[in-house]
Design a protein around this ligand. Sequence first.
Ligand SMILES: [Zn+2]
Length: 136
Amino acid sequence: MEYTALVREAFAARENAYAPYSGFLVGAALLAENGKVYRGCNVENAAFSPGSCAERTALYAAVAEGVRRFRAIAVVGAKQDAESFAFCFPCGVCRQALSEFCPPSFEVVVAKSETDFQVYRLDALLPYGFGGDSLK
Ligand SMILES: [Zn+2]
């Protein structure tokens, strides 16, 4: 799948974002190795800490279906009334969550539009991460 199409999926996912408190809407599209795309959006909560980011929403939806191998994720985010997008990177918690299932070469696509995006390896965004090997 071209990243342009994956970014388009992330923008579509953003349409369902539930962010009445921050007004910052985020969409994510996670491409699994089987070719399927899992959409996620941020889901806020009045108590704040129960909320979830778009990236983890997509990841856990995939894992709930038994899918555990992924190629890339596209992320888009901006205030609800924003006229343009800035690059929106996954937060530290999401980087850690992705590292549980994704290899260091997994690609994170941050986009301002379908044609204006940047690609980063996960290990560049989470150097020296904590993983299963850390527990041995
Ligand atoms: Zn996050």
